[in-house]
Design a protein around this ligand. Structure first.
Ligand SMILES: [Zn+2]
Ligand SMILES: [Zn+2]
Length: 257
C-alpha cells in the first residue's frame, strides 16, 4: 500500500501547499482522507485520476478538510464516473454533507454513479473494504467558542482516526485541540503516526514520538510561518530520530509494501 500526501497545508491558504488531503492506495480500495479546498487540483498535481478514489473519509468540516468535496464530485460526474463512491463521515454530519451536495447541484439521482454515505460512530470499527478498517475518536479540536450556543452541540465533532490495512496500523491525528489529543490511541504502537503541526509545538511532537514510539512519524498540516521553526527543530534532532520523522510536502509518497 501507499500513502500520498496530496495536501499538507494548514487552514491558511498557501502558495506552496494545498489544503489537507491524504490518499491511501491499497490493493482493494483507494481511500481519500479529507478533501480540503482544492482537493481536485491536488489530485491532478499528483497525477491521480479522480475516479481511482473508491471512498472519502472526513475527519471534520473545516474548509481546509472538507469543502473540496463539491468540486471533486463535480469532476467525477463530468468525467463520466460509473463506479460507486462511498463517503464516510460522523453520523451527526451526514445531513450537512447531503445538503452541501444538493446546494452545489450534485443530486444523487443525476450523478451517473452510486453515492453511498456511511455515518460512523465514535469508537466503533468501520470496515472500508476487506482488511481495511478505521476507528474514529473524538478530539478537542472543535468546540463551541463564543456566543453561539444556539447552534446544536451535535455539529461540533472532530475525529482522529486509527486506520488498519492488513497488518499495518496508521494513526492520523487530523487537527487537534492540544497535545493531549496526540494520545487518543496510546494503547497501540502504530507503524505510521501522522500528526498535524499547526495547533501544537515541536516539543509536543517530540514527546509524542518518544512516548508512542511509532515506526515513522509524518508531520503535516504545516503553516508557512511555522515551517522555519519546524525545520530548525528537526535539524536539532539526533540522526537516529531524524530517520523516523518526516516533515511532509505536497506529493510526498510513502510506500508501505
Ligand atoms: Zn485543518
Ligand atoms: Zn480544523
Amino acid at each position: 500500500m501507499k500513502i500520498i500526501f496530496l495536501g499538507t497545508g494548514s487552514g491558511k491558504t498557501s502558495r506552496e501547499r494545498f489544503h489537507t488531503s491524504l490518499y491511501f492506495e491499497t490493493p482493494g480500495f483507494n481511500l481519500l482522507i479529507d478533501a480540503g479546498d482544492g482537493a481536485a487540483k491536488a489530485l491532478m498535481n499528483s497525477s491521480l485520476d479522480f475516479n481511482s478514489i473508491n471512498g472519502i473519509l472526513f475527519t471534520h468540516y473545516h474548509a481546509d478538510h472538507f469543502t473540496g468535496i463539491g468540486a471533486l464530485i463535480t469532476q467525477m460526474k463530468i468525467s463520466g464516473r460509473k463506479s460507486e463512491l462511498t463517503l464516510f463521515t460522523h453520523k451527526n454530519l451526514v445531513e450537512p454533507l447531503i445538503n452541501l451536495l444538493y446546494y452545489v447541484y450534485m443530486f444523487p439521482e443525476t450523478l451517473g454513479f452510486n453515492l453511498k454515505i456511511i455515518g460512523y460512530r465514535l469508537a466503533e470499527k468501520v470496515n472500508v473494504a476487506d482488511d481495511f478498517s478505521f476507528v474514529a475518536r473524538q478530539n478537542s479540536h472543535i468546540y463551541p467558542k463564543g456566543d453561539i450556543e444556539f447552534y446544536p452541540e451535535s455539529m461540533f465533532v472532530s475525529s482522529s482516526v486509527l486506520i488498519t490495512v492488513a497488518d499495518q496500523s496508521i494513526v492520523y491525528t487530523s487537527d487537534v485541540g492540544g497535545s493531549d489529543d496526540l494520545y487518543l490511541f496510546d494503547n497501540i504502537k502504530p507503524d505510521i503516526f501522522i500528526t498535524e503541526a499547526a495547533h501544537i509545538e515541536p516539543g509536543d511532537l517530540y514527546r509524542a514520538f518518544k512516548d508512542i514510539k511509532p515506526g515513522k512519524m509524518f508531520v503535516t498540516h504545516i503553516e508557512d510561518e511555522k515551517l522555519g521553526e519546524l525545520i530548525e527543530w528537526y535539524e536539532s534532532l539526533d540522526e537516529s530520530i531524524r530517520e523516523k520523522i518526516i516533515i511532509c510536502r505536497d506529493g510526498l509518497t510513502e510506500n508501505l509494501g
